[in-house]
Design a protein around this ligand. Structure first.
Ligand SMILES: NC(=O)C1=CN([C@@H]2O[C@H](COP(=O)(O)OP(=O)(O)OC[C@H]3O[C@@H](n4cnc5c(N)ncnc54)[C@H](O)[C@@H]3O)[C@@H](O)[C@H]2O)C=CC1
Ligand SMILES: O=C([O-])CC(=O)C(=O)O
Length: 320
């Protein structure tokens, strides 16, 4: 059976980590594309030279030519710029929107049958723009954020309670920004909702609120520590989980920025919701019932994303 092909657009911090993880998991042959000549090739060669000790058999290639992504099964987009301390993700909108236009054109020309995962920030607006610029079907273009935000929530809960992350699961909905909605009611420890964990007295309500806020600030916390860029290991691992679910038709239910066509009462916007990811791409948006406080928080988050989409339309009128 021929190997699958994975194209990584952007060979920076996340792109390089995506290449390493894809190789170690033997997800397919890898093309690392970057506008900066040599970056993709350098990382491809470096990772290829780890194969003898890691024991994987995949081909890696670096490039600055879009034609090399031809026939890719999965395209993961990290092209653009990350934020620095003092910036919000939204400050990246104008510069990264231009990048999405170029990337969208490249995908449309050479990889129109691919499953596309966008990571570039501000995530929900960028995945919306990338789908428009590429013209690919909405079920084949998705944004990575919810898996990362939920992983952060899981990490903080497991650490707080002194339990394995294996037994904690969490859901964070909404846009990938300050308004994201970590859902305590749908996040569990061995099946016990966090709201019950509080009732049982295992964790105080105040501590849970602090952890929820730390989750919302999870990206900024790492930007503050790194100073020169943003998180990349966990973001890459999150996108790989999504790519793997598509390539292996695992049909995992993962929180991701999906195109909403009436679900949750929202139309025409990408926002973080639980999605079944399988061979058909984003196969189904799972509509969980929200109580009034959760709905209010979700609506606020959708409003923030819609504001960014309007800003995109002003900058690039052809998106309107
Ligand atoms: N969705 C999420 O949860 C997360 C999103 N991000 C975002 O991911 C993006 C990438 O982050 P990093 O990899 O850390 O940044 P990075 O700066 O290390 O890598 C970005 C790469 O994109 C390349 N690039 C710039 N313009 C390009 C173009 N027109 N075509 C192709 N490549 C181009 C750059 O040369 C650079 O190598 C940022 O926008 C960041 O904010 C980061 C973490 C989590
Ligand atoms: O915070 C950032 O700029 C990068 C990001 O989206 C994250 O790590 O969640």
């Amino acid at each position: 059976m021929a190997r699958k092909k994975i194209a990584l657009i952007g060979a920076g911090q996340i792109g390089g980590t995506l290449a390493l993880l894809s190789a170690q998991k033997e997800l397919g042959d890898i093309v690392l594309f970057d506008v900066v000549d040599g970056v993709g090739a350098g990382k491809a060669l470096d990772i290829a030279q780890s194969a003898p000790t890691q024991g994987f058999d995949v081909a890696l290639k670096g490039t600055s030519a879009y034609e090399d992504i031809k026939g890719a099964d999965v395209v993961i987009v990290t092209a653009g710029v990350p934020r620095k301390p003092g910036m919000s993700r939204d400050d990246l909108l104008e510069i990264n929107l231009k990048v999405m236009e170029q990337v969208g054109a490249g995908i449309a020309k050479y990889a129109k049958d691919a499953f596309v995962i966008c990571i570039t920030n501000p995530l929900d607006a960028m995945v919306w723009a990338l789908q428009k610029f590429s013209g690919l079907p909405t079920n084949k273009v998705i944004g990575m954020a919810g898996v990362l935000d939920s992983s952060r929530f899981v990490h903080f809960i497991a650490k707080e309670l002194g339990v394995s992350t294996e037994d904690v699961s969490a859901f964070v909905l909404g846009g990938h920004g300050d308004t994201m909605v970590p859902l305590a009611r749908y996040s569990t420890v061995a099946g016990i909702p966090l709201t019950d964990i509080v009732k049982m007295g295992w964790m105080s309500k105040e501590r849970l609120e602090e952890i929820i806020q730390r989750t919302r600030d999870g990206g900024a916390e790492i930007v503050g520590l790194l100073k020169t860029g943003s998180a990349f290991y966990a973001p890459a691992a999150s996108a790989i989980a999504m790519a793997e679910s598509y390539l292996k038709d695992k049909k995992r239910v993962l929180p991701a920025a999906a195109y909403l066509n009436g679900e949750y009462g929202v139309t025409g916007t990408y926002v973080g919701v639980p999605v079944v990811i399988g061979a058909g791409g984003a196969e189904k948006v799972v509509e969980i019932s929200l109580n009034s406080a959760e709905q209010k928080a979700f609506d606020k988050s959708v409003g923030a994303v819609e504001g960014l989409i309007e800003a995109c339309k002003k900058i690039a009128p052809k998106l309107a």
